[in-house]
Design a protein around this ligand. Structure first.
Ligand code: UDP
Length: 243
């Protein structure tokens, strides 16, 4: 379903995992992105970010803002497929099918802690390696990170550098990755898996107020978050034009 130029996959969580498995069967590294309304607004404002997001093999609707936008346009999506939950399902799928994972992103030790905590629950999970997200994204430092991922022989790579950096990095480097067949761009998910950040309580999610919970915990997000109402105003105008 095309929402103002972003081609979202209209899938349930289990269908998203089926799509991911199809991508894992292909050669080369496919990219999964999970745009929310903030990222969708960045796409409106910046054509190069739009191109990056729209060229991913899988585009999953993260966040109540995207679900609302789809409703406004009269083309509702089946359900929200939040990146952090998709990542968890992918971890379970990887454990079951023997795929190995590499976690890239977060502050030093976050990816390692996430790996340790997950391995305590999912005993057969294969973590091929981890690396924090604070490295120079070009030149020799970047080459060394790519080399580390390639040597680890990982099948699935989680890239958690925040948007749009993680999507740009993934598109730029996908062809240098020799073993990875699926790259999942998952924002702050490693912080959640590591326990350094908390997901909003279910009631906030149900009421489509996850943004409010995040804002209360991190007031400095206010500037970024103003993109959400801005995006919805843009979508409403687009819906009027369609009438
Ligand atoms: N991050 C990183 N490298 C950077 C900048 C950010 O690894 O150069 C990480 C940061 O530590 C955090 C994540 O990227 O874990 C971004 O989280 P946020 O919740 O802002 O992302 P969102 O899901 O909202 O895009």
């Amino acid at each position: 379903i095309n929402i103002c130029g972003i081609p979202f996959d209209n899938v349930t969580m289990s269908e998203a995992i089926t799509l991911a498995e199809n991508e894992l069967q292909k050669k080369g590294a496919s990219v999964v992105v999970t745009p929310n309304a903030e990222i969708a607004e960045m796409c409106v404002e910046d054509e190069s970010i739009h191109q990056t997001i729209a060229s991913a093999e899988m585009v999953l609707p993260d966040g109540a803002g995207i679900i609302t936008a789809a409703e406004i346009l009269g083309t509702p999506l089946k359900e929200k497929v939040a990146g952090v939950e998709f990542g968890m399902e992918l971890i379970r799928h990887a454990e079951k099918h023997g795929y190995s994972l590499f976690f890239l992103g977060g502050k030093p030790s976050v990816a390692e802690t996430a790996a340790e905590r997950l391995k305590a629950t999912y005993k057969n999970l294969k973590i091929a390696g981890t690396h924090d997200g604070y490295f120079t994204k070009t030149g020799t430092e970047n080459d060394a990170v790519i080399e580390e991922i390639n040597v680890s022989n990982a099948d699935i790579l989680f890239v958690c550098l925040g948007a749009p950096m993680q999507e740009i990095w993934s598109m730029k480097n996908r062809e240098s990755l020799t073993s990875v067949r699926l790259i999942a761009c998952l924002g702050g998910s490693l912080d959640i898996y590591a326990g350094t950040a908390k997901r909003a309580p279910k009631i906030f999610i149900k009421l489509r107020l996850e943004w409010l919970y995040r804002l209360l915990r991190e007031p400095k997000r206010l500037g970024r978050m103003m993109k959400i109402p801005k995006y919805l105003r843009y979508v409403k105008k687009a819906a009027k034009r369609k009438e």
